[in-house]
Design a protein around this ligand. Structure first.
Ligand SMILES: Nc1ncnc2c1ncn2[C@@H]1O[C@H](COP(=O)(O)OP(=O)(O)OP(=O)(O)O)[C@@H](O)[C@H]1O
Length: 251
């Protein structure tokens, strides 16, 4: 299958190897519990759930930053076991603090392009197009410390998209921003992902944001993936009270 396949993946902390079974051993936390999920090429999937449910651990496992205790991460049919982070051709975007403060905006966005064989003109054209895409046309020479939090995250998104990652992993990228800005930016992030045809997994604890950004939303609780469906389908037919609660449909 093309795209991402997460097959029966478990992530445990406190286990010195993958040999711990059942997750009940003293000192072992099962952060991700036999999760299976697919993300088709060009699809945006949000992982939604409360703090500590294992969203970031799953994302990190897909990135190759966390070892799997069980299961497989497969991309375009290739099992990525043994493929290091930098060879997966995945992009990562986090909550904050990922820009280089001593580089201007343009050189931040160009960062991932520097190892690619592009002429200077091609690189500059791509930076211009990406800044335009994230609503920051003309910001090339601005200094990072002069940007607002929302502007910084737009630059971080442009930078993450620049090398055309085959999968973009976003871990609570808007959580440091206030609610109003978050809601607006969630829609803008979706437009940027769709326009660039980027396949993406977007982790959030905010159901409004998940619905605004994703084609499908996966609801997680205590390491398990409870349900995955389009936002409208989830709201119309939540599989359990717990799912309904996380979607803001119950008290
Ligand atoms: N490095 C670690 N060592 C031990 N336990 C960890 C580690 N990282 C995460 N955990 C535990 O694994 C569980 C899942 O954490 P994770 O960060 O994946 O959840 P999350 O849903 O992303 O939460 P948040 O939204 O608060 O970031 C939690 O119980 C957490 O305490």
């Amino acid at each position: 299958m093309a795209g991402l396949e997460v097959r029966d993946v478990s992530v445990r902390y406190g286990a010195s190897s993958g040999s711990v079974r059942g997750g009940g051993s003293a000192g072992v936390t099962t952060a991700v519990d036999q999760v299976s999920l697919t993300v088709a090429p060009g699809e945006v999937v949000a992982l939604l759930g409360p703090s500590g449910c294992g969203k970031s651990s799953l994302l990190r496992a897909v990135a190759g930053l966390e070892p799997l205790s069980e299961g497989h991460v497969v991309y375009d049919g290739e099992d990525l076991a043994g493929v290091p982070v930098h060879k997966r051709r995945f992009g990562l975007m986090f909550q904050e603090g990922q820009l280089f403060p001593h580089r201007d905006v343009g050189r931040n966005v160009a960062y991932g392009l520097e190892i690619q064989e592009l002429s200077r003109a091609e690189r500059e054209a791509r930076v211009t197009a990406l800044l335009d895409l994230v609503g920051l046309a003309g910001y090339e020479r601005r200094a990072v410390p002069t940007l607002s939090g929302g502007e910084q995250q737009r630059v971080a998104l442009a930078r993450a998209l620049a090398p055309r990652p085959r999968l973009l992993l976003l871990d609570e990228p808007l959580s440091a921003l206030d609610r109003q800005l978050r809601e607006r930016l969630a829609g803008e992030v979706r437009v940027a992902l769709v326009e660039t045809g980027t396949t993406a997994v977007f982790v959030t604890h905010d159901h409004t944001e998940a619905s605004a950004v994703a084609d499908r939303v996966g609801v997680m609780d205590s390491g398990r993936l409870l349900q995955v469906a389009a936002p409208g389908e989830l709201r119309a037919a939540p599989a359990s009270d717990r799912v309904a609660e996380f979607l803001g449909l119950r008290g």
